[in-house]
Ligand binder design. Structure first.
Ligand SMILES: [Zn+2]
Length: 189
């Protein structure tokens, strides 16, 4: 790599943080630093349902929640700390950690919701591609390892290049609410 050293908002040298790993990790998302640094982390952590944002999200009143669609066993919610605009998470309502913890009906609905999420994001934002996946365990990069969540991350050609620009403006809560409304309207009944 060439060029000047780069630093995050808190002064950490992040010059070497990009360029070697996969495309998803190259996305530079300074607005995620709060999350990564644990400032929003509830006392006692995310392990118990009472402190788990994925257990709490479906119960929040309309207008405060970023939930896009509610199924019988799973729901889709916008990631509060997105890698990219429109980053959705498909979660079971049950507070389970591991993919093998899902029963067959949950497994099927999680798959169907992932497909629907892709269709909706394509319709609304004309995504060129997606990263799909689950990080299993903290060691694999799961931020909230105790509650399973499937990432649906829309990708556009060149997004790794324009993300620093978007990242600097931060993803405003209002923008997330607007995105949620667009997705909720486009989600098939
Ligand atoms: Zn949970």
């Amino acid at each position: 790599m060439t060029g000047a050293a780069r630093h995050s908002d808190d002064g950490t040298d992040i010059t070497g943080d990009t360029g070697l790993a996969d495309g998803l990790e190259r996305l530079w998302t300074p607005h995620r630093l709060t999350y990564i640094s644990g400032e929003d982390r509830p006392e006692g952590g995310y392990d118990k349902p009472t402190g788990c944002p994925f257990c709490l999200a479906p119960g929040l009143p309309e207008g405060e929640s970023l939930v896009v669609a509610r199924g019988e066993r799973v729901f889709a919610v916008l990631n509060l700390y997105p890698y990219n605009p429109g980053h959705l998470l498909v979660c079971p309502y049950r507070h389970v950690a591991d993919y093998t913890d899902l029963d067959p009906a949950e497994t099927i609905e999680l798959g169907v919701y992932t497909q629907t999420a892709m269709r909706v994001v394509r319709t609304v934002s004309n995504a060129h591609g997606f990263n799909l996946g689950m990080n299993q365990g903290g060691v694999a990069g799961a931020g909230i390892a105790a509650h399973l969540h499937q990432h649906v991350v829309p990708r556009w050609g060149g997004d790794a290049n324009f993300m620093p620009v978007i990242g600097r403006t931060k993803v405003l809560p209002q923008l997330l609410a607007d995105t949620r409304d667009l997705f909720a309207k486009a989600w098939p009944a």
